[in-house]
Design a binder for this molecule. Structure first.
Ligand SMILES: Cc1cc2nc3c(=O)[nH]c(=O)nc-3n(C[C@H](O)[C@H](O)[C@H](O)COP(=O)(O)OP(=O)(O)OC[C@H]3O[C@@H](n4cnc5c(N)ncnc54)[C@H](O)[C@@H]3O)c2cc1C
Length: 386
């Protein structure tokens, strides 16, 4: 393949991270903290402007889980890193990522919902997890705004939330302070692989050479072609999620509140985020009338008072979803130097600190951490292209 000239001032690197969402940023930071010197992060547009900007910021592995599996363990382990992660980012950057620890309520409105929360309560109790079953009166004492129709509730004190846009901002400052070279508005067109090894990447501004490339391109991962113009072996599909933002003068609620159909996330500044949709519509990132209708209906089911709040903003984002809906984290065995960190679907904010650590550990030690084994790209028969 004919390569373009090199990118002015950045001809080579020790590690290239493609994608400047929370996942790419967290990996770049973890690598820098482990002493890797020449890290280049390449972002097509601006840092954190895609799914990482659109998210609700819930760190809630327990609220939605139906049992203990490797994903649940990964998610809880990442959630447990957040207090220290938030403190470190505040110290490094002066930015408070607003880790809000009031907890999460999960409400039941129908008989089926009641069965669902009963099941969730029982298995989590048996597993020794921190979960509280609340009567309707107890739930209403905690959150007086909830609907009269509530039939039962669980509270997950450890499932918390973070302001994901502040997280992106803090990570961006942090990586820059740690010397990571940021190439924004630079599109990676292909990954250069020769003789089964990574050689670098071809970008819209020229070639950057490196022995290690981390693919953290979220929903766009399957669009990234190798130098042979073949698709990369990991398939990631965009799944659209729409969000609405209401404004409150005084705080309507303090917990993140879920039902089986939707959720409301109260931000410290008075905004109430309501979500979301799950739509397989390709890369069409827009808010639709049907989306607004669906999300509003689910928010009103939780808290009827939302009906009188001004709707001040709305947006959509593309969640990166793999075939088995689990993230892909780790090295591609067939191509030396190629690593994946993608497919974080509904939980990329939650999983960012641990993903950063796992990828950085494998790159610097040459061995995957035991926790990462099941998430390896090998489960999709990762075949290198050369
Ligand atoms: C509505 C909604 C609500 C959500 N709520 C939550 C939540 O409450 N909690 C939670 O944990 N998660 C949530 N998520 C999921 C979370 O947002 C994602 O899992 C996470 O942001 C994925 O991060 P990422 O860095 O992989 O992807 P992104 O943030 O999408 O970043 C990928 C980046 O790669 C860049 N890129 C792509 N291709 C190229 C290329 N060829 N060259 C250069 N750059 C490229 C893109 O421009 C983009 O900036 C939500 C998502 C949505 C849409």
């Amino acid at each position: 393949m004919r390569h373009q000239g090199t990118v002015k001032g950045v001809e080579s690197a020790d590690v290239i991270v493609i994608g400047g969402g929370v996942i790419g940023l967290a990996i770049a930071r973890s690598l820098a903290l482990r002493g890797i010197k020449r890290i280049v992060l390449i972002e097509r547009a601006t840092l954190g402007a895609e799914a990482s900007h659109a998210a609700a910021g819930m760190l809630a592995p327990q609220a939605e889980a139906d049992g203990v599996d490797a994903f649940f363990e990964l998610a809880c382990a990442s959630r447990d890193l957040y207090p220290a992660f938030a403190d470190e980012l505040r110290e490094e950057t002066g930015t408070d990522i607003e880790l809000e620890r009031t907890g999460t309520l999960y409400l039941a409105f129908t008989k089926k919902d009641e069965e669902e929360i009963e099941h969730r309560y029982n298995w989590q109790q048996r597993a020794g997890l921190f979960v509280e079953r609340l009567s309707v009166d107890e739930a209403r004492r905690l959150e007086p705004c909830i609907s009269e129709e509530v039939r039962g509730a669980l509270r997950f004190p450890l499932d918390v939330q973070v302001e994901n846009r502040r997280l992106v901002a803090a990570l961006s400052i942090s990586v820059e302070q740690h010397g990571v070279r940021l190439l924004t508005e630079t599109h990676v067109k292909s990954i250069i692989i020769e003789g089964g090894s990574i050689e670098g990447v071809e970008t819209s501004r020229g070639t950057v050479h490196a022995p290690v490339v981390v693919v953290a391109t979220g929903a766009w991962t399957s669009l990234l072609a190798s130098s042979g113009n073949a698709s990369l072996p990991v398939h990631v599909e965009p799944v659209r999620g729409q969000m609405l933002c209401f404004e409150t003068k005084s705080r309507l609620m303090r917990h993140v509140i879920y039902s089986p159909r939707g959720y409301i996330v109260p931000r410290l500044d008075g905004r109430l985020l309501a979500g979301s949709t799950t739509e397989h519509v390709g890369f069409h990132k827009c808010v639709t009338g049907a989306g607004i209708h669906e999300i509003t209906a689910h928010a009103l089911e939780i808290a009827p008072a939302v009906s009188s709040l001004p709707l001040v903003d709305s947006w959509a984002g593309l969640r990166p979803c793999t075939e088995d809906e689990w993230p892909v984290i780790g090295a591609c065995a067939e191509t030396r130097g190629l690593f994946y960190a993608t497919g974080h679907y509904r939980n990329g904010i939650l999983l960012a600190p641990l993903t950063g650590e796992l990828v950085a550990e494998q790159i610097t030690t040459g061995r995957p951490a035991p926790l990462a084994n099941v998430f390896s790209p090998e489960r999709f028969q990762c075949v290198g292209v050369n």
